[in-house]
Design a binder for this molecule. Structure first.
Ligand SMILES: [Zn+2]
Length: 498
């Protein structure tokens, strides 16, 4: 075969492939059966697919913003029931660019609905953001082009991707949301002990104590009720945990901070989940079981979408949470613990036999303990000297505030940052940067014009508390640009109005 003929052949095949892809038909790189997918769909392939998949009255694709590297951020809106579609769901994926199976599952979900619209229940108003981090997707890397970890950026919203994401989330106000990630099954430490993580897919949910307990309980009920569904589908499934290896290492559920997508959506009153599929990163081809991960993802997405009755229940709970008055006290210091030192059994896979083994461990921390709380204030006052950066932050979060036009006397409680904690947990570095704060007695003070007032009788009050409350163990002052706003004696720029 001559070189020219060979090239022509390749070119013809390429054109043919793109045309078929456009038609949604069989393409070797995007096979009809997701279980046959051998390599993740690239950002370019996804973009090409999204350009062809729009259908009036069913599927809309919009570009909602641009990444740090200038790449488009796509939102796909699927709905066929018109005004009947009152249950709003928001599934997003690939905040970490090298965690791909949630994104691939969403592209299969879009194609399934494009080809068979009837699979989408009429009462569902579905929004998908398959790639929150296109820079990381292209570079096969966790971070965006600004080297930021987007799933730790939801307090300060410093990145264009998280700013766009949060605007979308506040516009949709979903009743249900799912973040989509992947974890490493075959880490070096477990490999050395001949073990690896047992599940191929895991799930967890919102957990900050600021969110109403019925919302957290309803989400956890769905994490648990997925187990028989996944067992029936043949997928090893467990609640998501992280930490060290049993029995010595600590095992615990997702973080309780609001710097990730899951809890940041929880602060909007959304029944928010995180799914993590397990990848064997140390295999020569970690994507060898990609099809199984996608299948597991699709099963969980459909499980969470549920039935008409369960959707009505979730919608009611979420809307009730949005109206729920604030509690009289705010938990500010809380962590995972093991009440009474129970012995749990951690399921892992024995690499030699391929069989699951249960390892007894006293270090499984499934109980959320509240160590201290403060009375809920009526409002926060923000010193005029820091008004500009704080206004920008409040605007990014959609939080309402007033700018005082004249000097005003108010009784306020100041807080002082004593120190930030050093990391002590080498397996889980996020114990670092806990804010150790001393709260002072209330006193009458005069605040000059230009002072900001954030009242807590507003729709996003829980969101406001989640990052403004100065006594919160994790918050703004872990971030250097906000830590720099403290006074030389450690006095913090946000005061509490009792
Ligand atoms: Zn991740």
């Amino acid at each position: 075969m001559s070189g020219v003929r060979g090239l022509r052949h390749v070119f013809a095949a390429l054109c043919c492939g793109l045309a078929l892809l456009a038609a949604g038909a069989q393409d070797p790189n995007f096979p009809a059966d997701h279980r046959a997918l051998k390599a993740t769909l690239s950002f370019e392939a996804m973009t090409a697919f999204l350009k062809t998949v729009e259908k009036p009255g069913l599927i809309t694709v919009s570009e909602e913003g641009r990444s740090a590297g200038g790449r488009p951020l796509f939102l796909v809106h699927l709905k066929r029931g018109g005004t009947k579609a009152r249950f709003r769901a928001f599934f997003y994926a690939q905040q970490h660019g090298n965690e791909v199976s949630g994104k691939d599952a969403q592209l299969y979900l879009i194609r399934a609905i494009a080809e068979h619209p009837e699979v989408l229940p009429e009462d569902v108003d579905l929004y998908l953001m398959p790639t929150v981090n296109p820079d990381g997707a292209v570079a096969n890397r966790r971070t965006n082009d600004a080297k930021a970890d987007l799933n730790r950026d939801h307090i300060v919203l410093a990145q264009p991707e998280t700013q766009t994401f949060d605007r979308i989330a506040r516009r949709i106000l979903p009743h249900l949301a799912v973040d989509s990630h992947e974890f490493v099954r075959d880490g070096k430490k477990s490999e050395m002990r001949g073990l690896e993580a047992w599940p191929i897919i895991t799930m967890d949910c919102l957990n900050h104590p600021l969110f109403p307990d019925y919302l957290r309980a309803a989400a956890m009920a769905r994490v648990l009720s997925a187990a028989p569904v996944m067992a029936k589908a043949g997928h090893a499934y467990d609640r998501y945990t992280l930490g060290g290896l049993p029995p010595d290492g600590e095992t615990r559920p997702s973080t309780t901070e609001v710097d990730d997508g899951r809890n940041s959506l929880g602060s909007l009153g959304t029944l928010a989940f995180i799914i993590e599929a397990g990848v064997r990163r140390n295999l020569p081809d970690p994507q060898i079981d990609l099809g199984a991960r996608i299948d597991a993802y699709l099963k969980l997405y459909w499980h969470l979408l549920g039935t008409p009755a369960s959707r009505a229940q979730v919608r009611n709970l979420s809307e009730r949470a949005r109206r729920e008055p604030l509690p009289p006290f705010l938990a500010t210091n809380f962590f995972w613990a093991n009440l009474g030192g129970k012995t749990h059994f951690v399921k892992m896979l024995d690499r030699a036999t391929g069989q699951p083994v249960e390892i007894a461990s006293p270090n499984v921390m499934f109980d959320l303990v509240v160590k201290s709380s403060v009375p809920t204030p009526q409002a926060y006052v923000i010193e005029a000297r820091v008004a500009e950066p704080m206004k920008a932050l409040l605007d990014r979060h959609g939080i309402r505030y007033e700018v005082m036009g004249a000097p005003t006397k108010l009784k306020s409680e100041r807080c002082r940052l004593v120190r930030l904690e050093e990391p002590y947990d080498e397996l889980y570095q996020r114990y670092e940067n806990r804010q150790i704060v001393a709260r002072e007695a209330a006193a009458e003070r005069e605040f000059p014009a230009g002072t900001l007032l954030v009242r807590l009788d507003q729709p996003l009050a829980r969101r406001a508390i989640s990052f403004l409350e100065p006594c919160m163990l994790y918050g703004l002052y872990a971030f250097p640009e906000f830590r720099a706003l403290q006074q030389p004696d450690g006095t913090l720029p946000v005061q509490r109005l009792p």
